[in-house]
Design a protein around this ligand. Structure first.
Ligand code: NAD
Length: 339
């Protein structure tokens, strides 16, 4: 049976977290919440997942529809050891008192403020500090991508300074009313964007400034990083270091993968469900060294990059294992990540 986990909010992130939990031997998915009866609720039920209404009002929406609901969010939370909150940004924080009332450990997503939990998580960077905590926030997709690469290069060579330009997708594929459609939007126009300070919540000693733009694409984000290392590193040494992490995957333009659409096509070709690529994608040819100063370009599949981190966060708060390496290995093997 293992640790009993509930997922509140079954949208882009919630359905992926739920699927990933179903693949773990040491945890059980007790159920997910839906606000209304729609195809996602039907698919979840068909897959054998218990669906709960997100409130008493939403329960009424299921009346007479033929959809099977097991109860409300209160019923679900009271039967769980850990809840993974995947409700929209800023909605999650409103559920904190409920999670505290039922004394369940709660994992929030990057749309919530750091202060909601007082602890922002990345498995490579601070797993041990999350052990047994009641409240943890898994940082956003962009911050997760930045943390992965900065942590790898910091452990390998020492990182003195990071300057990064983030080109962000305008919307997720299913979001039909978000944009921009025909514009490049400095988002925000002020500097820094929130991503740099967010990285520092996980890696407090990193000097980082980020600038962000939103563009009309739904597939992935792209980051261009300029970094100063503590010592000289050749391109081959950097490639060697990055290649040792299963959650980082190097792509080569020489092999015909020189855009986000080709990365996604690769994910489709290797049979990834929903074309997910939870690994951080880095273009090999973009890695350029000028001694201690280096450049690289990377792409982040926003819908899936945080999924392995959520699974590790569950193991950390539930103290399933105190060893980050063990948790990361179990997660990566179960999700088929890596080389
Ligand atoms: P989403 O809108 O796709 O899914 C949210 C789900 O919660 C939907 O099913 C919605 O019906 C449901 N919901 C809405 N109000 C609710 C309520 N009051 N109670 C319970 N459920 C409710 O959102 P998402 O993209 O999955 O984002 C969830 C969280 O993950 C946010 O904090 C977001 O910032 C973060 N995140 C999103 C992405 C991404 O690219 N989509 C990446 C990383 C992190």
């Amino acid at each position: 049976m293992g640790v009993k986990v509930a997922v509140n909010g079954y949208g882009t992130i919630g359905k992926r977290v739920a699927d990933a939990i179903l693949k773990q031997k040491d945890m059980t998915l007790v159920g997910v919440t839906k606000t209304k009866p729609n195809y996602e609720a039907r698919l979840a039920t068909e897959r054998g997942i218990n669906v709960y209404a997100s409130s008493a009002d939403s329960l009424k929406l299921f009346d007479g529809t033929g959809y099977r609901v097991a109860g409300t969010l209160d019923d679900l939370v009271s039967s769980a050891d850990v809840v993974v909150d995947c409700t929209p940004g800023k909605v999650g924080a409103t559920y904190k008192p409920l999670y505290e009332k039922y004394r369940v450990k709660a994992i929030f997503q990057g749309g919530e403020k750091h202060d909601t939990t007082g602890f922002s998580f990345n498995a490579y960077c601070n797993y041990k500090s999350a052990l047994g905590r009641d409240l943890v926030r898994v940082v956003s997709c962009n911050t997760t991508g930045l943390c992965r690469v900065i942590n790898a290069l910091d452990k390998g060579f020492g990182v003195k300074k990071v300057r990064a330009l983030l080109v962000r997708r305008g919307a997720d594929p299913a979001e039909n009313s978000k944009g921009p459609i025909n514009s490049i939007v400095p988002d925000p126009v002020t500097i820094p964007s929130h991503h740099g300070p967010d990285v520092q919540k996980v890696l407090p000693n990193i000097d980082i400034t980020t600038v962000a733009l939103a563009v009309p694409t739904t597939l992935m984000h792209v980051h261009v990083l300029n970094m100063e290392l503590n010592r000289d590193a050749t391109e081959q040494e950097i490639i060697g270091t990055l290649s040792s992490y299963r959650r980082i995957r190097l792509f080569s333009s020489a092999e015909g993968i020189s855009s986000t659409s080709e990365i996604i096509e690769f994910a489709r070709d290797i049979g990834r469900h929903r074309y997910d690529l939870p690994e951080l994608a880095i273009w090999k040819e973009s890695i350029k060294s000028f001694g201690r100063e280096i450049y690289l370009s990377q792409a982040v599949h926003q819908e899936s990059i945080v999924i392995p981190e959520n699974i590790d966060a569950i193991r950390a708060v539930a103290r399933i294992t105190e060893d980050p390496e063990e948790s990361i290995r179990m997660t990566d093997e179960s999700l088929g990540l890596g080389r």
